[in-house]
Design a protein around this ligand. Structure first.
Ligand code: NAD
Length: 495
């Protein structure tokens, strides 16, 4: 893999083919009018995207069902499925730069992060579940001696996966890899503003030998294509990553259709808590900047609420601002850019709306606060630090999903914990302290799917990622994720 600026520049000049639907192994148009894809880098039209109607979605779910019932994949040996998924990982790695550049042109993530977080992570996820699937067994229950009770694990059938725009390949792979490894068929619905790299991934999946109909991709607006998929009577399990507002609708669609099981990975308002006894405050400040501003804040686990012990508040905010100013905001296709574009004009406007409200509620802008690089025609925003944010302020309660950090001071550990939990969300948290007992008390006390200590944001395939409270249910990654894609069946045998 060559990741150098000339290679990136060359790939970025290539025309982008119009996106099509993949149904039953064949590429084609949708019934609804195509939509334009605007690049967040410069606001220019990148290509067009097919738009699937409810009838197109029905063809996709029918193809997935037929493929599942045929057994071509669902009853293939685990070793055969494993070989295909490894081949797909090989192909993702071979096309890593191409996939990353295409994704960046579509969604605006900086290329240095995209190359690791997107194809890099996706390939690793496919390998992890490829390797897992022939090591997960059924069970024999400890029943009375005249009974043999076997607990089988079976694929659920047809899985619908609806994914967001921030890390399409990484999050797509978190759903696709365990679902496919377990033998299911899938209908994937990417986000309107980040479909292109997932369409290329689907092409590579066919090349790797995934049989037709096992993976289908339907693109189009959430309220049309996504809604039709979520209302389908032919989907057994719906896995979703996105906003709470959409998650709520999906539960309603499930109730209004076939009661499909829904697993929702939703947003966050994650606290990053800095105690005065943190082992390295300079590192904490640098990491806090990275925790919120990487990918322009468009990260579900972003440390978007900074809680700082009052005795160090002013010095810490100064160090944080200094670290933030060193992060390069710019064209996401430049290797030295650390903060790329905001995904869309709509998202940018929403981010700026939070700043207006924060100022009206008494927040102080310590850094940023405005749109940036307007001359490019793209969607950029200054990394923004707002201090004096009170728990009742909108900026402390609602997810921005942009480069905006809310800072609040606290005096005691108990107050820090109360502030950390004063949110509807429960996705992630960070705690910075040299006091081991305090670290463990905070880990126990904070209601979140992950608590980082003296770091922020690290993860790999072996650990679950999921939320509590209104951050969702079920987890992606790790062996636990396989539970979503398998049903248990008991065989009760009289001996
Ligand atoms: P979104 O909810 O607007 O869209 C997500 C997906 O749902 C898209 O594919 C969209 O087309 C589809 N959709 C929208 N309306 C729909 C409807 N009525 N029916 C069916 N599908 C519909 O979210 P987004 O703006 O793309 O992503 C940002 C959100 O995702 C943030 O809240 C972020 O925190 C969350 N997120 C969570 C995680 C996690 O692991 N918990 C990871 C990344 C992003």
């Amino acid at each position: 893999m060559t990741l150098d600026q000339p290679t990136i520049d060359r790939l970025a000049r290539l025309p982008v083919a119009p996106g099509q639907l993949l149904i039953n192994g064949a590429w084609g148009d949708g019934q609804n009018p195509r939509s334009e894809v605007l690049s967040p880098i410069d606001g220019q039209v990148l290509t067009t995207l097919a738009s699937a109607s409810a009838a197109d979605v029905a063809r996709a779910t029918a193809a997935a069902r037929a493929a599942f019932e045929s057994g071509v994949w669902s009853r293939a040996t685990p070793a055969a499925r494993k070989a295909v998924l490894h081949r797909l990982a090989d192909l993702i790695e071979a096309h890593a730069v191409e996939l990353a550049v295409l994704g960046v042109r579509d969604n605006g993530t900086d290329i240095a992060m995209a190359i690791k977080a997107e194809p890099g992570s996706a390939a690793g996820t496919f390998r992890y579940y490829a390797e897992a699937i022939d090591k997960v067994y059924g069970e024999i229950a400890p029943t009375p001696a005249n009974i043999l009770a076997l607990i089988h694990r079976e694929p659920v059938g047809v899985v619908a996966a609806i994914v967001p725009w921030n890390f399409p390949l990484m999050i797509g792979a978190w759903k696709l890899a365990p679902a496919l490894a377990a033998g299911n068929s899938v209908v994937l619905k990417p986000a309107e503003t980040a479909s292109l790299s997932l369409l290329r991934l689907a092409e590579l999946a066919l090349e790797a030998g995934l049989p037709p109909g096992v993976l289908n991709v339907v693109t189009g607006p959430g309220r049309v294509t996504g809604e039709a998929l979520a209302l389908s009577m032919d989907v057994d399990v719906l896995v979703f990553t996105g906003s709470g507002a959409t998650g709520r609708k999906l539960l309603q669609y499930s109730a209004a259709s076939n009661l499909k099981r829904c697993y929702l990975e939703l947003g966050g308002k994650s606290p990053n808590i800095i105690f005065a006894d943190a082992p390295d405050l300079a590192l904490a400040a640098k990491t806090a900047a990275f925790a919120i501003f990487r990918n322009a804040g468009q990260v579900c686990v972003a440390g978007s609420r900074l809680l700082v012990e009052a005795s160090i508040h002013d010095d810490f905010v100064a160090a944080l601002a200094e670290a933030t100013e060193k992060m390069t905001l710019g064209n996401p296709l430049q290797l030295d850019t650390q903060i790329g574009a905001v995904n869309s004009e709509t998202q940018l406007a929403a981010n700026l709306g939070f700043i207006t409200d924060a100022m009206a509620e008494g927040g102080h802008i310590a850094l940023g606060g405005t749109r940036a690089l307007t001359e490019t025609g793209g969607y950029y925003m200054q990394p923004t630090i707002v201090t004096h944010v009170a728990p009742q302020h909108r900026l402390a309660r609602e997810e921005v999903f942009g480069p905006v950090l809310a800072v609040t001071a606290f005096d005691t550990e108990a107050e820090a914990l109360a502030l950390a939990n004063a949110t509807d969300y429960g996705l992630a948290a960070g705690v910075w302290t040299a006091n081991l007992s305090r670290a463990h008390r905070m880990i126990r006390g904070i209601r979140a799917g992950v608590v980082h200590v003296n770091t922020y944001g690290g993860a790999d395939a072996t650990v679950p990622l999921g939320g509590v409270k209104q951050s969702g249910n079920g987890s992606d990654k790790s062996l636990h994720a396989l539970d979503k894609y398998t049903d248990l069946k008991t065989a009760w045998i009289q001996l």
